[in-house]
Design a protein around this ligand. Structure first.
Ligand code: PEP
Ligand code: MN
Length: 230
């Protein structure tokens, strides 16, 4: 979820890369509901992400919360706009001017129509991270139907974040399989080398070993389905 230290990020980056991950996402600026929660390492966190990129070659993805920070994001490969900022139109307008792909997370209570309008740019990747419903078993409710819906009205890629969608590490694997089966272009999973000690979202984070198990299962499934389709 968050950049905590150079050792933490580089250890996780190397592990997930070895398992087949092809991008590294970590927050340096964190949108937290409580002002007493860890807010991120800010510019120090961005430097650590760039170190991890140097060490592993993984492109980095990280969240922006304020357009005034844009200069700090110069070497970031993909800029994330979090669910809470999906309707921050001033921020979106500024990002539209910078020539970088944007990972746009769906707002907690946004319709697909609003989501598409917010993404009115050529370089947007949509991210389904669960929406707010009356259900409390999961942290949010993963709207899998949004994937074919978005694909029917836009050419933009759609990825799924089963970690924030459910808040439950054991649900990451089944929903990853479901997301791939329904046509998702990518999956974003929170991984921590010591989830119990994580400064943010430890309860939903997989260990590197659990992440590796998900990746192995998913790879087998994709190969198997490829054979059937082939
Ligand atoms: C995150 O990606 O760590 C995050 C804060 O997610 P969201 O904006 O979907 O709540
Ligand atoms: Mn998180």
């Amino acid at each position: 979820c968050s950049v905590e230290s150079e050792e933490q990020v580089i250890e996780i980056a190397k592990a997930v890369k070895a398992s087949g991950a092809n991008m590294l996402r970590g927050g340096a600026f964190k949108p937290r509901t409580s002002p007493y929660s860890f807010q991120g390492l800010h510019d120090e966190g961005l430097k650590i992400l760039l170190e991890a990129k140097k060490a592993t070659g993984l492109p980095i993805v990280t969240e922006i919360m304020n357009q005034a920070h844009l200069d700090l994001f110069e070497d970031v490969d993909i800029i994330q706009v979090g669910a809470r900022n999906m309707q921050n139109f001033e921020l979106l307008k500024e990002l539209g001017k910078c020539n970088k792909p944007i990972l746009l997370k769906r707002g907690l209570s946004s319709t697909i129509e609003e989501y598409i309008m917010a993404g009115g740019n050529e370089q947007v990747i949509f991210c389904e991270r669960g929406i707010r419903t009356y259900e409390t078993f999961t942290r949010n409710t993963l709207d899998l139907s949004a994937i074919p819906a978005l694909k029917s009205i836009s050419h933009l890629p759609v990825i799924v974040d089963p970690s924030h969608a459910t808040g439950l590490p054991w649900m990451v694997e089944p929903l990853t399989k479901a997301a791939i089966a329904i046509g998702a272009d990518g999956i974003m999973i929170e991984v921590h080398n010591n989830p119990k000690k994580a400064l943010c979202d430890g309860a939903q984070s997989l260990t590197p070993q659990q992440f590796d198990n998900v990746m192995q299962t998913v790879k087998k499934r994709v190969e198997f389905e490829g054979k059937i389709l082939g």
